[in-house]
Design a protein around this ligand. Structure first.
Ligand SMILES: [Ca+2]
Length: 52
């Protein structure tokens, strides 16, 4: 299997996770995945995720 994440991060805006035959885009804490599955929507209220 190829690692799509090696090329342009798999087209993902934030995180990319390779899997057998495919790959998955993800978002960091405080972001939600957009409807197009490759990009992420803005941060939630920062007070919901205080820095540790
Ligand atoms: Ca793959």
């Amino acid at each position: 299997d190829t690692n799509e994440c090696d090329t342009d991060n798999g087209g993902c805006e934030q995180t990319c996770t390779d899997s057998e035959g495919s790959f998955t885009c993800g978002c960091r804490t405080g972001f939600s995945r957009s409807v197009d599955a490759s990009s992420c929507d803005g941060q939630l209220n920062i007070t919901d995720f205080p820095p540790s």
